[in-house]
Write a protein that binds this ligand. Sequence first.
Ligand code: ZN
Length: 140
Amino acid sequence: MKISHIEHIGIAVPNLDEAIAYYENVLGLKCYKKETVADQKVTTAFIKVGDVKIELLEATSPDSTIAKFIEKNGGKGGMHHMAFAVEDGVAEALAECEEKGVRVIDKAPRGGAEGLQIAFLHPKSTQAVLTELCEDPSKK
Ligand code: ZN
């Protein structure tokens, strides 16, 4: 696979508005978009830092993976995942990962926030960092 850059860093937060206030008021960055992704049971907020985005994730339901992550962290958020932009497509990258014995969470690409096609790799196979692969179909 060919990775071009870190697409975003996902950070789980218990309170999206408080988190946005920190990034805007302390770091002077700007949240340009909020989006709820229903099938992932999260509301996301995006902040751009150069070419990289920070994706803040707030659970919309107690059975969301983000809610469980925060619960495990004693009610606090924290860095949740790192997302790489793959140039040659998520499906191809997934096939390569499976061939190399990497445990994948998603067997096929699915729709994520910002119109991206995404898939997650299991942290057991990725040096303990939940890893997301993404591609922007509008850039193909
Ligand atoms: Zn993400």
